[in-house]
Write a new protein. Structure first.
Length: 521
């Protein structure tokens, strides 16, 4: 630290004193440049810190959103803690920026404005007084010995020296004061800034230090996750090789590949419900050149659902992408131009489907028939021995179904019984038949219904008019056909003795019905 300037030397004004004064001037006015640089850099730093804080808060917010999307676990809690800690640190940084402006930038600007700038005005007065004193002395020294104006010049020198001495003392005092202030006031601003920085970093450290236990837990979990990941990679590679080896035959369409087909019959209550899915080619509705599209089919209870590979129903399909198997007939196609084809015949449309090989086609037909049978008997798990007993309760049951949709169904069934030919059995001509074959649209007596039932649901789907639950699709089929229309279709080519179908024994009747239904195969 430099010592203050000696005021006693102002009157003598020696050169070394002038040199000391010049050094002090350079120090003081150099401080102004330093202050300007400090203020400029501090403002830029505050602006960058403000922008950095905004980005860090956005990062913390995004981290919190990501954390809340995670399942409940230690990872979620730690990520939320991370986001909260980052937000707390950035709130402290905002306080730091505010303190930097209030405790450093503004005081420095005020110091330069109130202390250094006025000193420049004092220096100007000092320089002016110095020049005037020198000029007056030079003018006095130029007088001739007998010049009458010597007294006046001497008085002028005295006045200018007095003014110069006054200005000199004032300037040196200001210099000494500013040098003294620089030692403590200017350094106070620097110290305040450092205390603020220290407080911010200390608080940030304490905030982040609380995360250390959580970070150790996460480090352990990450190590375990990486180990598990490496193990999963090895297992995946082994599983890949195993799958490729076991799927060699599946690549060839000539070989059958069944992916876990499961089924049961209606008598086997505890078994698994029919489940089968896979790709089949479906024939389009075009009349001239029909197209074949590959679709994914799934058996779900009584429905056969299908969709495209992308999981959507094609725009070309006007009908629903579900087929009700209760009212459908499934059989292979023998006269098709393509191999391994079978039909799903519904009242609205005949679906022609193609499998990749013979075994796959047979499996689909079998599963569809089993699913249809299961759906048909889902609401009536009764044996043939119970049928007679159930018939005796028809009248009681009919009296109970008198309201809502049940009443509408009963009215529809009464209209079905009034269709031409429905007053007697379609096979044996017994009066008042109480059973129906829903896919043929005909009414049967109880004895013929047992024969139809023995043929299998894939041939004839038998239901009770009074005991079973009827769907609108089945009622629509029954309403459009009837015994008379059915016999006109299926017996159109029967002549002579073939027309005598009224037989006495059940076996003969079974043979007759088998011949009759053979026309649809």
């Amino acid at each position: 630290m430099t010592s203050p300037l000696n005021l006693h030397l102002c009157q003598e004004d020696p050169p070394y004193f002038r040199k000391e004064l010049a050094d002090c001037e350079a120090s003081v006015f150099g401080l102004e440049i330093t202050i300007k640089n400090f203020v400029k850099l501090a403002r830029a730093s505050a602006e960058l810190a403000q922008e950095y804080t905004a980005k860090q808060l956005q990062f913390a917010e995004e981290l919190g959103v990501f954390a809340r999307q995670q399942p409940d676990s230690i990872i979620k809690s730690v990520l939320i803690k991370y986001a909260s800690s980052l937000q707390e640190v950035e709130r402290s940084r905002r306080i730091l920026n505010s303190h930097m402006h209030d405790m450093f930038i503004e005081p420095l600007e005020s110091f330069a404005k109130n202390e250094i700038l006025p000193l420049k005005d004092v220096k100007k007065g000092f320089d002016k007084a110095s020049n005037e004193a020198d000029f007056a002395l030079s003018k006095y020294m130029n007088k001739r010995p007998r010049d009458s104006t010597i007294a006046d010049a001497s008085s002028e020198v005295s006045d200018t020296r007095k003014e110069f001495h006054y200005r000199y003392l004032d300037y040196v005092i200001k210099i000494n004061q500013l040098e003294a202030k620089k030692k403590f006031e200017f350094m106070e601003y620097i110290l305040a800034l450092m205390f603020t920085e220290s407080s911010f970093y200390h608080q940030s450290y304490e905030t982040l230090k609380d995360l250390e236990p959580h970070m150790k837990d996460v480090t352990r979990l990450l190590h375990e996750a990486r180990t598990e990941y490496n193990n999963d990679i090895n297992e995946s590679q082994q599983l890949k090789r195993s799958i490729l080896e076991s799927a060699q035959e599946a690549y060839n369409p000539l070989h059958s590949f069944k992916a876990g087909t499961k089924y049961r019959t209606h008598q086997d209550v505890d078994a698994t419900i029919v489940k089968k899915s896979g790709y089949l080619f479906m024939k389009g509705n075009q009349r001239v050149i029909p197209s074949w599209t590959r679709k994914y089919f799934t058996i779900s209870k009584e429905l056969l659902n299908y969709c495209s590979k992308a999981g959507k129903v094609s725009k070309e399909d006007d009908e629903s992408a579900s087929i009700n198997l209760r009212v459908c007939h499934v059989k292979p196609v023998s006269n098709s131009d393509r191999r391994f084809c079978f039909e799903v015949i519904s009242p609205m449309r005949t679906y022609v489907l193609q499998a990749e090989n013979q075994a796959d086609m047979e499996d689909w037909i079998h599963c569809l028939q089993i699913a249809a049978e299961e759906a048909l008997y889902a609401n009536q798990p009764k044996s043939d021995s119970q049928i007679s007993q159930d018939i005796q309760t028809n009248d009681i049951y009919s009296n109970k179904v008198n309201n809502g949709s049940s009443q509408n169904i009963q009215q529809s069934i009464l209209r079905i019984k009034q269709l031409p030919g429905n007053e007697c059995c379609v096979d044996c001509k017994s009066k008042d038949p109480q059973w129906a074959s829903t896919n043929f649209g005909t009414l049967l007596c109880i004895e013929c219904s047992g024969i139809h039932r023995s043929l299998g649901v894939h041939v004839s789907k038998v239901r009770s008019l009074m005991l079973d639950k009827w769907e609108p699709e089945s009622i629509e089929v029954m309403s459009k056909l009837g015994n008379l229309k059915a016999n006109q279709i299926f017996e159109a080519k029967l002549v002579g003795d073939d027309e005598k179908k009224l037989m006495n024994s059940s076996w003969e009747r079974f043979v007759g019905v088998s011949i009759w239904v053979g026309y649809i195969r």
